[in-house]
Design a protein around this ligand. Structure first.
Ligand SMILES: *Cc1c(COP(=O)(O)O)cnc(C)c1O
Length: 434
């Protein structure tokens, strides 16, 4: 498998890397541990590897010191550097400093959805440097790429990741070469190309792109390439924990009761859960139950379908949806998402394209937030979960908006001018605008 090939390309570099509190890679299936390196699959069982930490927090005093350090930190993800696989001096290096996005109290949306006023929040990640949550994950992968001496930053992308990699590489002075399906939205293509790296369209869907990247990693041509979501995936994935950290800190170091999270590969949802669990274990928030709900588009709903059928495995689909950033037909973390939704008492639900567009417009008209299609998915699913009684409208709920509507303008192409008038009061009155 590719994992072995990757290991052999770095066989000479046995020096320990400094990635802060990250101690080792550990298999999520069998627990087998290996030293930190650009590997992603367990050599024993091929299960996915994830980061194991030594946070060095032993006492209540340690916890309080950590909390103070975080609160005194920069207004970006690096305030959580002591909890991430990054060197201690990460904030001093050139990177695009994502995070610390707004947690918007969405009272108008709450009224529309029948949620108790004051209980509904939108975590708005469209405010990141490249206007999606992907800047968080790329920032971690960049540090891993630096630590392992990679000179090219790459990825397979459904669109947002391409832009995030392009920007991060540009700022860090690395080459970038990213791969996307050839038929992405124009906004995403421009947003990925403008940073000056190489952008390659692949004739196929995301799953084809991903397969190609795995092949390239195993080939001599891929030597020196850090694929943020393939051979650097264990590091990349940890970036999503910062969403959990920020939400809790912004709620006053409290866990929310319910979260609605979009699912593409499912990585973000699983790491939000990991982040919440860490905060509980570290004593930074009081332990209490929370529910995580997953959101998919009906046209690419392999996890939702498996959830509703009571299955533990996810059967791949061929995506056909306007929510292209979530269009992963064979989601790597699907089974873990099912686990978390069931363990926490959440659910996985999906909405169709029309409901996605309605939800984009609903969020814009109630809260002044213009979400991309993925945000339409989470808001639309929230509405559906309230209607079906699965989501409790009396509890604190955080809905994620992970991207910016300017990148998916086509989805709302039927909104436009109210009227066109001559520059005269007469014409203004004629149009009934007074
Ligand atoms: C990538 C992405 C996600 C989630 O991706 P996962 O693969 O599930 O981590 C959510 N929203 C947007 C806008 C994205 O680009």
């Amino acid at each position: 498998m590719a994992a072995q090939t990757v290991e052999s390309t770095t066989a000479g570099s046995a020096t320990p890397v400094d990635l802060g509190p990250a101690a080792a890679l550990s298999c999520r299936e069998c627990g087998h541990r290996v030293p930190l390196g650009p590997v992603f699959a367990c050599e024993e069982c091929f299960g996915p590897l994830e980061i194991a930490y030594d946070f060095g927090v032993q006492s209540a005093a340690d916890t309080e010191q950590l909390r103070k350090r975080i609160e005194a930190g920069p207004a970006n993800i690096w305030r959580y550097a002591p909890l991430l696989p990054v060197p201690a001096n990460v904030a001093e290096k050139p990177n695009i400093n994502p995070g610390w996005t707004k947690l918007v109290k969405a009272d108008n949306l709450a009224r529309e959805l029948g949620v108790d006023v004051g209980k509904l929040f939108v975590k708005d990640d469209s405010g990141n440097p490249t206007h999606s949550f992907k800047d968080r994950v790329v920032a971690q992968a960049l540090e891993a790429a630096r630590a392992f001496g990679f000179t090219t930053l790459s990825c397979s992308s459904t669109g947002n990741l391409a832009g995030a990699v392009g920007a991060a590489a540009a700022r860090a002075g690395l080459r970038s070469c990213v791969f996307i399906p050839h038929d992405l939205e124009q906004g995403k293509v421009v947003m990925a190309a403008v940073y000056g790296g190489e952008l390659v369209g692949i004739e196929g869907n995301y799953d084809d792109v991903n397969r190609f990247c795995s092949e390239l990693i195993g080939d001599p041509a891929g030597e020196g390439w850090g694929f943020v979501n393939v051979n650097l995936r264990p590091y990349y994935a940890e970036g999503s924990k910062t969403l959990a950290y920020e939400i809790c800190e912004q709620l006053g170091w409290r866990l929310p009761d319910q979260l609605v999270v979009p699912i593409a590969s499912g990585s973000q949802l699983t790491k939000i859960d990991k982040g919440l669990q860490e905060l509980i274990k570290l004593g930074l928030v009081a332990d209490k139950p929370y529910k995580i709900f997953g959101a998919q588009a009906e046209g690419c709903s392999p996890v939702s379908v498996a959830y509703k059928a009571g299955h533990d495995v996810v059967r791949p689909q061929k995506p056909d949806t306007i929510a292209k950033s979530l269009a992963i037909g064979n989601p790597a973390d699907g089974p873990y998402v099912l686990d978390i939704a069931r363990r926490t008492g959440g659910a996985v639900e999906d909405v169709n394209d029309e409901q996605i567009v309605d939800a984009i417009r609903l969020l814009a008209r109630t809260e002044g937030i213009f979400a991309e299609t993925a945000g339409g998915v989470t808001v639309g699913v929230t509405k559906k979960l309230i209607e079906s009684g699965l989501l409790d409208p009396a509890l604190t709920t955080v809905v994620l908006n992970t991207g910016d509507g300017l990148k998916t303008l086509d989805a709302v192409a039927d909104v436009g001018l109210t009227a066109t008038i001559r520059p005269s009061l007469e014409s203004f009155h004629e149009a009934g605008l007074a």
